[in-house]
Write a protein that binds this ligand. Sequence first.
Ligand code: XMP
Length: 321
Amino acid sequence: QWTTASIVADQVARIRDQVGEGRAICGLSGGVDSAVAAALVQQAIGDRLTCVFVDHGLLRAGERTQVERDFVAATGVNLVTVDARERFLTALAGVTDPEEKRKIIGREFIRVFEQAERDLKAKGDYRFLVQGTLYPDVVESGGGAGTANIKSHHNVGGLPEDLRFELVEPLRLLFKDEVRRVGLELGLPETIVHRQPFPGPGLGIRIIGEVTADRLATLRAADAIAREELTAAGLDRDIWQCPVVLLADVRSVGVQGDGRTYGHPVVLRPVSSEDAMTADWTRLPYDVLERISTRITNEVADVNRVALDVTSKPPGTIEWE
Ligand code: XMP
């Protein structure tokens, strides 16, 4: 019988077996899977694990702190943060097409992450790469053992041979709910363990139009308010996620105080879902919507209107880009 404690003990033993006296690298995204995978490996090999976190500047308020402070406090893990905010802004300058944005963000992410790997490898014999691959990922990609590389950025051609890693995938046999239980068992904070999904390209695909530092600051502030109010209303576990989208190329007229405003709308996109393949728009209580709207229009300069997306998936996707 598999209790959470026995899953942890078993995985820790397997990791020790695989890694021996070797060193491992793990990329943290801020999400549940990489955090739990890293915590398990940390448990097994201690400071022979180094985690790498790329701040691409497209994160939400508090996410970097959550990794740098809370995750490190809970695990004691070695962490290298790469501040790549300028690099991403430069690469995204002038780009408005959603697919192009995604490609650029993905490409830059790989480059930054691989540079971090090279820097680490230059300092020590890092032979292992930790990935938070879950059982459903394994099944979806047709199984396959060994070093098949499922969802990540490392299977890119052109890497020098000596940069190849052996994969450590301690979550390969687990489903999401088991991963969360393992995370709690390992003492990770609830904010990480029960984090709602957030796309890799981050706020970059929630700004409709060009991504700029100012627009990111605006969206980050609006998003933080929406999340705060949803949490305060106890709704975090009821919704799958609630993207906040900034329509940066749209302006509308408003009135505030004794002045006319000409600001941007944000759209709330609360959805309920089992697996993100399909989703329904969530009927949030009116009073919660009202608080979010009032606070955003009062507290976020440049935003003078809050709209609600009442489209299911299909036909809408959850994200707008
Ligand atoms: P869509 O917009 O396709 O989103 O209905 C489905 C789910 O996937 C998330 N999402 C992503 N997650 N990288 C990710 O890790 C991505 O590029 C990405 N795009 C969308 C989205 O937040 C939703 O939960």
